[in-house]
Design a protein around this ligand. Structure first.
Ligand code: SF4
Length: 291
């Protein structure tokens, strides 16, 4: 089995230092909406400069290099045990090369492992077997701690918010999450929302949906409309980039629906900061393609 560790180190480097173009384009468009000389415009301009510098110098876009979340879509024949080992080795190497800050802290003993490995759970790796004729594909998201802290989960009905078990209720709790986050999740953010599931699966899906491109809409027209509406309405709250006020609080919203138990109706909102680092690596025989 081919050792992909060097390619995975490069994959981590790209994810940590080179923000995807679709995110950068949306941030550039947002600058134009902010008043000249405003703190909001200044914050966005600084963010954009930072993105350019990180790309040019191959340094992390943010000092918080985030929780690494991998998804591996593997055709039959690959060993998940070996793929996990390659990812973990690559993470150690990427940390040595300073593409990643050592971020894995033992929650009980408060010890930083120093290499971004921690037990079986850090980094997070999800595996999915695909058809034999499909290529081996890795996806990686680096999810910042500040934005993770402002994620929220709601069990509907939430009477204090007047939110029932329907899409109108989902809208209310999602806006509540944005309002409560203020600028603390390093706005402008991207909302990943999962409706249904149990507490665990719902949170996982609310992050998984964030792997989609900016502007990609749910195929369900009702959910697509709610995605647009939540982005627009979040931008009327006056929170703005880094909480400085202004027009740009959220640059996109992504929603996914799940099945649920009759007794439960969870809505999980994962908030992703402007440092929306997510990339894909595809292995086609000897060729490796980075998106
Ligand atoms: S939340 Fe995002 S932008 Fe803010 S410090 Fe963390 S990684 Fe950086």
């Amino acid at each position: 089995m081919r050792d992909l560790t060097p390619e995975l180190v490069e994959f981590i480097r790209r994810t940590s230092t080179d923000l995807p173009k679709d995110v950068e384009e949306r941030l550039k468009a947002a600058v134009e909406k902010e008043a000249p000389g405003s703190a909001a415009r200044g914050a966005l301009e600084t963010i954009l400069k930072n993105i350019e510098l990180s790309r040019a110098k191959s340094t992390p876009i943010c000092q918080d290099t985030g929780t690494p979340i991998f998804y591996v879509h593997y055709p039959e024949g690959w060993s998940t045990r070996k793929l996990r080992e390659m990812i973990r080795n690559a993470m150690v190497e990427a940390t040595k090369k300073s593409f990643m800050r050592p971020n894995a802290v033992d929650a009980i003993y408060d010890q930083n492992s120093g290499n971004n490995l921690g037990g079986e759970d850090f980094p997070t790796i999800h595996f999915e077997e695909v058809d034999a004729d499909q290529p081996l594909t890795f996806e990686l998201m680096l999810k910042g701690g500040g934005c993770e802290n402002v994620g929220r989960q709601y069990s509907l009905p939430a009477t204090e918010l007047g939110a029932g078990r329907d899409l109108a209720g989902v809208r209310k709790v999602a806006l509540d999450a944005v309002q409560k986050a203020q600028g603390q999740g390093c706005a402008p953010g991207i909302l990943g929302i999962a409706i249904g599931g149990d507490r665990g699966s719902s949170y996982i899906k609310s992050k998984e949906v964030l792997f989609g491109k900016i502007g990609e809409r749910n195929t369900d027209p009702e959910l697509a409309a709610l995605e647009e509406r939540l982005t627009d309405e979040s931008n009327t709250l006056g929170i703005g980039p880094m909480g400085f006020g202004g027009q740009t609080t959220v640059i996109d919203t992504k929603i996914t629906g799940m099945h649920r138990l009759p007794a439960s109706y969870f809505v999980s909102v994962s908030y992703m900061c402007w440092a929306y680092r997510r990339r894909k690596m595809t292995v086609m025989g000897e060729e490796v393609i980075y998106d």
